[in-house]
Design a protein around this ligand. Structure first.
Ligand SMILES: Cc1cc2nc3c(=O)[nH]c(=O)nc-3n(C[C@H](O)[C@H](O)[C@H](O)COP(=O)(O)O)c2cc1C
Length: 476
C-alpha cells in the first residue's frame, strides 16, 4: 500500500496542524485562527482577555472609540494576562480624521502593542507605516527583526498589493526626515513587506465588498507569489480567509483553498463577552440565512460603502437605505418633503434635524473645524453629516439594548451567524450564554480538524474503491 493510500485514524488530526504552522509560532498562538475586531468595543476587553488566556489571537475593537478609551483597554488587558499571551488592537483607517490614526500609533508604540489588525485602508498611511517600521532591527544572521506585526484585512487586489511589498519608500523617507523613524529603521524598511499576514475578506458581517472566498483566496495567493517573485523580499506573507466562516465546514473549505489561517467575525458577537446588549444577542441567536441585508456604511456614507446587518427584528437597513436615496437625489435638507421629514424626525432620529445638527456641529467644532466649515458652506455635506449621526445613534442603541428602539438597532452581522446557529442547534452551545468566545473557537477548530480528516479519508476510500483509471471525460 502506498503511503498516500493509508487512511488516517479518525479524529487524529489535531487543530494546530491546520493552516501555516509559522502562524502559530510567530504569533504565539495555539492554532491558525483569529477572532477579528468588532468596533465600538464590541470586541471588548473581556473578549480579548478570554481569547488571550486560551492562546488565541483576538483584536480589540478600537474603531469608533476615543484613543483614551483604547489606552485604558490596553492597560486592562495587559493587567489580566501574562506576558506572551497573544492580543492585538484594531487599527482602522480614518479618512475623515487622520489625526486619530497618529494618536493611535503613538499609543501602540508607547504601550509596545505588538499586533494590529489594519483594516479599511485604501492606501497605507504614514501613521500605519510608522507603526510597522518602528523597531526594525538587523539580526546577527543578516535577517530583519520585526517588532510590530501587521495583519491587513483586505478585499481588493489593488489594496492587497501594497501590503505584499515594502512600505512606500517616499513615506518612509518623510518619516525619517521628520525624525519619526531612525536611519537604521528606514534602511531596513526596504527589506520587509508592509504586512506579515493579509486576510482576504469575502462577504462578511459589517463592512463588506461582498466578494466570494472561492475566488478571493486563490487570487490573493497567486498575487502574493507574483509580487514575491518581483520584489524578492525574503518573508513569505501569509494569506488568511475571513467572511462566511461560522461552521467547521466553512473553515475546512478555507483551509482547503489554501488559507494559512482563518478569521471569524459575526459568530463572536453572539457570545457572553461581546460588548453589545443581551437584546441584540438574543436577536442574533435567532437569525437564519435570509435574515441579513445590505445598508450604507455610516462612516463612509458619501462614497457609497456598504455594511451587512441583521434584518430580522430591525428596520434599520430599510431606513438607512432610504436616507441614502434622499442624499443621492436631493440638493439639501430643505428639499426633503414635509411628510417625509416628519417621519424621519419622529421615527428615525427621535429628535429634530436641528437638534442633530447642533450635536454634530459641536463634535466637529472640537475635533475637525475644517470639516465643519466645509459643511456650513456645502448643504449636501451637511445633509451627509446629519444622516451619518443616525448611523452612530443606531449602533449605540443596539449596544445599549434600548428595547423600545429595537426598530432602529444597527447590528453588523452576516450569514456566518445563521450557519453557526444551525450548527450549534441541539448542543449545549445553542444558548448563546454558553458560547464563550474561546469555547466557540476551540469547538470550531476541533471539529474543523475532524471534518478535514473525514473528508480526506473519504477521498482516499473512494480512490481505493475505484479502478485507478482516469475518468472518461479526461481521456477524450
Ligand atoms: C459587529 C461587527 C463589527 C465589526 N467591526 C469591525 C471593525 O471595527 N474593524 C474591522 O476590521 N472589522 C470589523 N468587523 C469585521 C470582522 O472583524 C470580520 O472581518 C468579519 O466579521 C468576518 O466575516 P463574518 O462576519 O462573515 O465572519 C466587524 C464585524 C462585525 C460582525
Amino acid at each position: 500500500m502506498r503511503e498516500s493510500d493509508r487512511a488516517l485514524p479518525h479524529g487524529a488530526l489535531p487543530p494546530n496542524t491546520l493552516g501555516d504552522s509559522s502562524f502559530n509560532t510567530d504569533h504565539g498562538v495555539r492554532y491558525a485562527y483569529v477572532a477579528g475586531a468588532m468596533g465600538n468595543g464590541i470586541a471588548s476587553e473581556e473578549w480579548v482577555i478570554r481569547l488571550a488566556r486560551a492562546g488565541i489571537l483576538g483584536f480589540f475593537g478600537a474603531g469608533g472609540l476615543p484613543t483614551s478609551r483604547t489606552a485604558s483597554a490596553v492597560r486592562r488587558i495587559r493587567a489580566a494576562i501574562v506576558p506572551g499571551q497573544p492580543f492585538g488592537i484594531n487599527f482602522l483607517h480614518n479618512p475623515v480624521l487622520p489625526a486619530v490614526e497618529d494618536e493611535l500609533t503613538d499609543l501602540l508604540l508607547a504601550e509596545k502593542v505588538r499586533h494590529i489588525e489594519a483594516s479599511a485602508f485604501i492606501r497605507a498611511t504614514p501613521a500605519l507605516i510608522r507603526y510597522r517600521v518602528t523597531g526594525l532591527r538587523q539580526r546577527p544572521d543578516g535577517g530583519v527583526e520585526i517588532a510590530n506585526k501587521v495583519m491587513a484585512k483586505v478585499s481588493r487586489p489593488e489594496v492587497a498589493r501594497q501590503f505584499f511589498t515594502a512600505p512606500d519608500p517616499a513615506i518612509v523617507e518623510r518619516l525619517r526626515r521628520a525624525g519619526a523613524v531612525t536611519d537604521e529603521e528606514a534602511r531596513l524598511a526596504r527589506l520587509v513587506p508592509l504586512a506579515d499576514d493579509v486576510c482576504a475578506e469575502a462577504d462578511s458581517g459589517g463592512h463588506t465588498d461582498r466578494r466570494v472566498a472561492y475566488t478571493l483566496v486563490p487570487h490573493f495567493r497567486r498575487l502574493r507569489d507574483e509580487i514575491a517573485a518581483e520584489t524578492r523580499l525574503p518573508q513569505r506573507v501569509r494569506i488568511g480567509s475571513a467572511g462566511g466562516i461560522g461552521t467547521p465546514d466553512a473553515a475546512a473549505a478555507a483551509f482547503m483553498l489554501g488559507a494559512d489561517f482563518v478569521m471569524t467575525g459575526s459568530i463572536n458577537q453572539c457570545t457572553p463577552e461581546a460588548g453589545i446588549s443581551d437584546t441584540a444577542k438574543d436577536m442574533l441567536a435567532q437569525a437564519d440565512l435570509p435574515d441579513f441585508d445590505i445598508a450604507p456604511a455610516g462612516d463612509m456614507f458619501e462614497i457609497g460603502a456598504k455594511v451587512q446587518v441583521l434584518k430580522r427584528g430591525s428596520l434599520f437597513a430599510s431606513r438607512a437605505n432610504r436616507l441614502y436615496d434622499l442624499y443621492r437625489t436631493l440638493p439639501d435638507l430643505g428639499a426633503i418633503p414635509a411628510e417625509t421629514l416628519r417621519e424621519i424626525e419622529e421615527r428615525y432620529l427621535g429628535r429634530s434635524i436641528d437638534a442633530v445638527w447642533q450635536e454634530t456641529s459641536g463634535f466637529y467644532a472640537g475635533r475637525a473645524p475644517g470639516e465643519l466649515a466645509e459643511a456650513e458652506a456645502n448643504p449636501r455635506k451637511k445633509m451627509a453629516m446629519v444622516f451619518r449621526w443616525y448611523f452612530v445613534h443606531c449602533g449605540r442603541l443596539a449596544i445599549d439594548g434600548r428595547s423600545d428602539q429595537r426598530a432602529n438597532f444597527q447590528i453588523h452581522s452576516g450569514p456566518a451567524m445563521a450557519a453557526a446557529n444551525r450548527w450549534l442547534k441541539g448542543t449545549p452551545l445553542e444558548d448563546w450564554r454558553r458560547r464563550n468566545v474561546d469555547v466557540l473557537a476551540d469547538r470550531l477548530m476541533e471539529e474543523t480538524a475532524q471534518l478535514f480528516d473525514e473528508r480526506l479519508n473519504a477521498v482516499r476510500d473512494n480512490r481505493r474503491d475505484q479502478p485507478l483509471t482516469a475518468p472518461r471525460v479526461l481521456r477524450r
